[in-house]
Design a protein around this ligand. Structure first.
Ligand code: ADP
Ligand code: MG
Length: 287
């Protein structure tokens, strides 16, 4: 459903010239019960798109399909890879420049396994519960270095980059690098998990309710860390608060019962919501 295509054509079904990921008419049911119904959206390079909606509205199902973690029943997902970079080592800073003249190749991750692997290699994922994504036996530095090690980076270099990434999220690697997950607070563990996603310099980042499992005081730190990535890496961020979306995202889609009921820039949606459900969300938002 696209109530306002004139205002924001990039988010409608048409191909945006700076698309990095295009989800088209995706549908998914679990045992006959629809979870996502005919949803389309485009994520653009260097932009941040928030997916908002209450629990059970299909946000995780939709974003998992978008990142190739789950197969849709029908519909397509196109990933636009950097043609100069078939080895998959694109840098977030490079891809952030909108309107670049470099060629991008379109690949269907639903039909093409190599494309799916490439998207996985070039993307980072941050889950709701940081402890679920960290191995309890591994130090923070080892957890962060591991994706680099898996790509063949030698241990010393992987640990150097891991320490640098940990520092960039505000944790001193000399203090926190050696810690096990059980010796980290929720907010610190989430920053380690974010570092692990960022260390490979992803072209796009999915964060699925990255603050909801964290105590209120630490949420601001996570918000700050994710805020600094805005514009540098394409972000798909699942939230249930439109007020937070304002801090982290340029564009938004609002989901209700598996369907998109509203879309536009965050500013448009906050000031001119069309859908009654969106109006209720705005009334409940932490603005
Ligand atoms: P959200 O992330 O917005 O909370 P989900 O995508 O997790 O929503 O879920 C959408 C709907 O699909 C919900 O009704 C949920 O119960 C159902 N669902 C999600 N995952 C599964 C699953 N693996 N098996 C069966 N039903 C599921
Ligand atoms: Mg979810």
């Amino acid at each position: 459903m696209d109530q306002n295509p004139q205002v924001n054509p990039q988010l409608s079904d048409g191909i945006a010239p700076d698309a990095i990921l295009r989800v088209s008419h995706v549908t998914k049911s679990y045992r006959g019960v629809p979870a996502v119904r005919d949803v389309s959206f485009t994520l653009r390079r260097g932009r941040s798109l928030a997916v908002i909606g209450e629990s059970g509205s299909g946000k995780t199902t939709l974003t998992s399909i978008a990142l190739g973690l789950l197969r849709p029943d029908s519909g397509g997902v196109e990933y636009y890879g950097d043609a100069r970079d078939s080895a998959g080592t694109a840098r977030a800073g490079e891809t952030a420049r909108a309107g670049e003249t470099a060629d991008f190749v379109s690949m269907s991750i639903v039909d093409d396994h190599a494309a799916l692997l490439r998207l996985r290699r070039e993307s980072g994922i941050v889950h709701q519960d940081p402890f679920a994504s960290l191995d309890p036996r591994w130090s923070a530095l080892r957890s962060i270095a591991e994706p680099l090690r898996a790509r063949g980076v030698p241990r010393d270099e992987a640990e150097r980059q891991a320490a640098q990434t940990l520092q960039s999220v505000g944790l001193d690697p000399r203090v926190y690098g050696v810690r096990l997950p059980m010796d980290l607070s929720g907010g610190q563990a989430q920053r380690v998990a974010i570092s692990r996603a960022l260390v490979v310099r992803p072209r796009l980042l999915l964060a699925d309710e990255p603050m909801s499992a964290i105590d209120v005081t630490a949420r601001l730190q996570i918000l700050d860390v994710l805020g600094t990535l805005r514009g540098k890496v394409a972000m798909l961020v699942v939230l249930h608060d439109l007020g937070i979306a304002q801090r982290l995202a340029d564009d938004v889609i609002v989901m209700h019962h598996g369907e998109v009921v509203e879309r536009g820039t965050v500013a448009q949606v906050l000031t001119h919501p069309h859908d009654p459900y969106t109006r209720r969300l705005i009334a409940a938002a932490t603005l």
